[in-house]
Ligand binder design. Structure first.
Ligand SMILES: [Zn+2]
Length: 144
């Protein structure tokens, strides 16, 4: 979604929070998933931006999402690209298609890499990286 830098304390990428994305980040701190819904065609916009990619409208409303979706695809990383993953490889990077349509690239918690499957039903969970940064993550539906 945007450029990141590696945080020295966590050893992870921390997202840069652009002004137009702040409703998303503030809701994340409350462990709520909100995205932009187009006021004209009613589709959900993602990535966050000023214009609907479906109809070209620039009118939208930040709307609560269900937080439910399915694994659309995934890759397994065997190389730790950032220090945080040095002792955590292999790990899966997944693309979750949420019920409202968009596909979000994310991590999957609460399941071993060998058990990740395309079509797996998942739901949002949250990970506070720093006091100002809570990340949207996913877990198997009904899992921990
Ligand atoms: Zn639209």
């Amino acid at each position: 979604m945007n450029t990141s830098i590696i945080d020295e304390t966590t050893g992870r990428y921390l997202p840069i929070q652009y002004p137009e994305e702040m409703p998303f980040w503030k809701a994340a701190q409350q462990r709520r998933l909100v995205l932009q819904r187009c006021d004209d065609c009613r589709k959900v916009l993602y990535p966050i931006g000023p214009t609907c990619p479906h109809c070209g409208s620039n009118k939208f409303t930040w709307s609560e999402m269900s937080g439910r979706g399915v694994v659309h695809n995934f890759v397994v990383y065997h190389k730790p690209w950032v220090p945080y993953y040095r002792d955590r490889v292999p790990y899966a990077l997944v693309q979750v298609q949420i019920e409202e349509g968009p596909r979000l690239t994310t991590n999957l918690h609460g399941v071993s890499v060998s058990d990740v499957r395309i079509g797996m039903e998942v739901e949002a969970t949250w990970e506070e990286l720093t006091p100002g940064v809570t990340l949207l993550q996913f877990k198997p539906r009904g899992g921990k």
